[in-house]
Structures are given as C-alpha cells and as structure tokens.
Design a protein around this ligand. Structure first.
Ligand SMILES: *Cc1c(COP(=O)(O)O)cnc(C)c1O
Length: 354
C-alpha cells in the first residue's frame, strides 16, 4: 500500500516478543514492541513517529489529568487463515473517534495519520498477532490534552498515541447482570456517545456495588422514572424477544458500537427480524414472566458477545435457559469470526488486509 504520511520509525533493539507466550494470553498483559506518537500544537499536527514502547513523562499540570480531556478507541486486528493480518472496520472506528473528540473539544488527527499510522504500526509488530482461534491483536488509539497549565481551559496541545497488544478470546461464560435505576451511566445531552475516559470512571462505583451483590455487570437504564434499557456494562445490549433481535436505538447516551452495528447487519442477512427500538424495563420484565425472551447479551470489541444468564429486576433474579450452538448469539459470533479471518468472504468491506 502506498502511504501518504511521512512517518519516521525508530525500531527497538530489544524486542520483548520472545518473553510473551502467545498461547497463554491474558487480556492486557502484554504490549507490543512499538507505539505511534503524534503531537498537536500551534494549530497543527506534527509528523507521526513510531518509537519503542516506553513510559511517558508528564508535567503534573497536564490538563488531561485534571479536566478529563481524554478520548480512546478500542479495535482489533486478526490473523487470517492465509497468515495475513486484517484490521477490522478501521473507518468506522475513525469516524467514532472524530465524534468523540469533537464532543470533548479536542483536536482531531487527520484520517491519513490515523489509518496509515495504524497500518505501519500493526505491520511493524505483526508478529505479535496471535494465531490461535478467537485471539487477536488489540489496538488502542487515544488522545489526551497534553498542555501543562492549571487554569480550567480547553487544551491547545494534544498527544495522539497508538499501542497494541495480543489478547485472548474472552471466555464467554454467561454473566449475571443487575438492572440499575438509581445510578445512570450517561445522561441525555451528556457524553455517553463519546468514548471518553470519564464515562468509565463514573461507571465504576455502581458496578462495584453490583459486584458486591453477586452480579458481574450493571444493566444500565435511563434512571428512576419510566426506565428504558441503555447498555450492559461497557457493551451495547441485545435481546431476542419473540424471535426478534431487539436493541435500544442509538442516542446521545448510547455508544455507537462497531460490534453492535456489525451484528445487526449480520443478523439481518441471516434472515432474522431486527428491531432498533427502545425497550422499557416493564417490557423486559414482562418478557421474562411470559418467557418470550430467549436470549440476552452484551456486544463489544473485547468479548464480541457476552451471553447473559441472569437479569436482576426489582429484587427478582430472572434466568434464561442457556445457549446452544444454534442460539443467535453464537451464530452471530461465529459468522463474524469467519469473515474476519477470511474463511468467509467479506462482502461488507469491513476488512483491511495488510
Ligand atoms: C466501546 C464501548 C462499547 C462497544 O463498542 P464496540 O465498538 O463494539 O467495541 C459499548 N458501550 C460503551 C459504553 C463503550 O465504551
């Protein structure tokens, strides 16, 4: 591929690849040898550099540490059956990155720097991409406000970084979720659609409470009055009700998940009825009481699908009958995996094969 961006590369002389066991991975345990760094200041982006992965040195007045101007993406590259590397839906991730950055008043790196920088970085560290089925190379692009000044202000300087690391397939043990109406993850008019650090920080406390009560995750709603379902943990949420795949519609309090979008398209093409519509807590409870709900799952890049076994609603644990190979969530997961690894043709243009 002909690249437009001038990217300087300084390679490591001490690769850590031999220390990593790509057959025994844990999520977030290993980071690949290199990172891309690109700074913004005086109204323009500098040339990106790929350098050995290393610590940052930060002035304690760095604005991101105080006022929360930080935005990230989470995406993956896969090893295909022919051995080549595929970066999944890079454009869709870039578009979301831009929307998040705009909401947080942050500088937006040009598309060429994002895509070509990522291609160069992933290509340089391609040997870190695991072979094992379901495993992948996780890619973490992020930007933070790097200006050091302690007044409250929109930063005039930013640093854009991409690093990567091999991750295993997350074991899809069905989880228990607790419907939350006292705390919300995101408010209408707030930053819920943006992938900004603060959304995560604010979600930890209610999640901890749910864990103390024996649940794995929170099932977020719009709050106390007439609650409707929002997301599950840090994933979008989907239900199969009356043989129809149902998921809440996008709004400014729901993150526009790339996995969500991909699964909706695949379900439709597999011949399932798909509905993006709001699901009230009352409807969900009734669906459990009448047994019209057969599946519930989270959808996100890290786990692809996270099957839900139990939903706690107003003091009652409702449990679903378990998932066979024929369940929709497993069919969707399998189909997505086959497209990403080149077993099945990518008729959607989702793969960027290096
Ligand atoms: C990242 C994220 C998701 C999932 O998005 P994907 O693009 O599918 O990984 C869902 N909800 C929240 C709140 C997120 O931050």
């Amino acid at each position: 591929m002909e690249l437009l961006t001038d990217i300087t590369i300084r390679k490591t002389t001490h690769s850590k690849l031999y220390e990593a066991d790509l057959d025994q991975l844990e999520f977030g345990k290993y980071i690949s040898d290199h990172m891309l760094v690109c700074d913004y200041g005086n109204g323009e982006w500098q040339s990106p550099q790929i350098v050995p992965f290393s610590n940052l040195s930060l002035n304690p007045a760095t604005l991101a540490l105080h006022y929360g101007q930080t935005v990230f993406e989470g995406m993956k590259a896969f090893r295909m059956k022919d051995g080549r590397i595929n970066i999944f839906r890079i454009e869709k991730h870039y578009d979301r990155f831009v929307r998040s950055l705009e909401r947080m008043c942050m500088a937006v790196p040009p598309k060429e720097i994002f895509t070509e920088g990522m291609i160069k970085l992933v290509d340089l560290d391609k040997n870190w991409t695991p072979q094992k089925r379901g495993a992948s190379l996780y890619i973490r692009p992020f930007i933070y406000a790097s200006e050091a000044k302690f007044g409250v202000k929109v930063s005039e300087q930013y640093r854009f970084i991409i690093f990567t690391g091999p991750v295993p397939e997350l074991y899809a043990k069905p989880i228990k979720v607790k419907v939350e109406t006292r705390y919300i993850r995101a408010a209408r008019g707030g930053t819920g659609f943006a992938k900004c650090g603060g959304n995560y920080g604010g979600a930890f406390f209610p999640t901890q409470l749910a864990r103390q009560q024996g649940y794995d995750q929170v099932l977020w709603t719009t709050g106390k009055e007439n609650p409707t379902i929002e997301e599950s943990g840090m994933m979008n949420v989907m239900f199969v009700i009356n043989d129809t795949l149902v998921t809440p519609p996008l709004s400014d309090s729901i993150l526009d998940g790339v996995t969500r979008d991909s699964l909706l398209i695949l379900a439709n093409d597999l011949g399932y009825k798909v509905e993006e519509r709001s699901v009230s807590l009352d409807e969900l409870e009734t669906a459990f009481l009448t047994k019209t709900i057969t599946e519930a799952f989270g959808a996100g890049t890290a786990a692809v699908v996270a099957p839900i076994q139990t939903v706690h609603i107003n003091g009652i644990d409702f449990t679903l009958p378990g998932y066979s190979h024929e369940s929709l969530l497993n069919r969707l997961k399998e189909k997505l995996e086959r497209i990403r690894t080149g077993i099945e043709e990518d008729i959607y243009g989702w793969n960027l094969v290096l």
